[in-house]
Design a protein around this ligand. Sequence first.
Ligand code: HEM
Length: 343
Amino acid sequence: MSDPARTIPRVNSSTPRRSILESVSLSRPGRRLSSALRPLALASLVANAGLIVTGAAVRLTGSGLGCPTWPKCTDESYTTTAEMGVHGMIEFGNRLLTFVLVGLAFATFFAALLSRPRRKSLIIMSIAVALGVPGQGVVGGITVLTNLNPWVVGLHFILSIALIAGCYALWRRVDEGDGKPVPLVPAPIRHLSWIAAVVSFAVIAVGVVVTGSGPHAGDQGAKRNGLDPATVSQFHADLVFLLIGLSVALWFALRAVGAPAHTVRAAAVLIAVEFSQGAIGFVQYFTHLPVLLVAAHMLGAAITWTATLAVLWSLRTRPERPQPTTTGPDHAHPQLAEPVTAS
Ligand code: HEM
């Protein structure tokens, strides 16, 4: 007996092409993959934050040119060799993580493609996230080919931050609709949160410049950006004070207007993360940049950025969540048909 879930509908010439595609039922692996879209987007976010930490391991162990060339590790070999020692292994390990990102990007794209109803928004976002991975590979390659130019190393970090934003947007969108965002708080508060987000990004960008002026170049021979580390660190810390001030103001404003509880909570989490990250920043500065603290500071930057995005997303909702089609995999997920609520 044929499995009704696998039946392909009869097609007549008047059936629009899109509806044919949408009404074709998925095989079981296809259904599994499409329901994994949300966890896959989250896994991509975590992997990108992981890449920041493995990048830290490369830089902080002086392994930046552990593989001295790119895309090959040495002129003769694509992989690290015994002569390249531990630095080669660390740098090559960081390169390998790119393959994990590629695998996740492909899986996320196919999950978006196979989900029912098929949503253009999710497909476009998954392609954007996927394109960032080769982009990151190219910038990583230029990093090696320019002998760890500090500005290129910084761009590598900033691209990771952009990819985290892309993964976060996709992760949240899976559970949202495709309608226009509906604000949950008045416009002045939204403007304040955008200013805080811009300052959060500026803190990260200036942090990258601080690193470019400091001792952790990734290789003994790598040149620095020539700026005075104390002056740039001071500017970095001043921006952090501004960020904390804006975030605290945002929290008070949200409470004053009776914003939804999850919105106030998101602002509180951001403040807590900023204080923790700021504390690590000060301690590492006054203890002459011990490598473990610097690595924690890099992970903290990814977490601060994610908490900033969480505040932005908490200030609005996106209704018009598409209803599951009758033939797709969503029968197994009735919760997808529930309306989005404001809090
Ligand atoms: C919200 C708070 C903060 C964020 C998001 C943040 C973010 C960052 C980022 C992204 C980097 C560059 C990492 C890299 O390129 O590898 C960095 C480096 C740095 N930050 Fe911060 N930072 C914060 C607070 C602070 C504070 C308060 C200080 C105190 C002075 C500080 C001191 C430093 C120093 C010294 C470096 C250079 C580390 C090195 O040479 O490897 N940070 N920060």
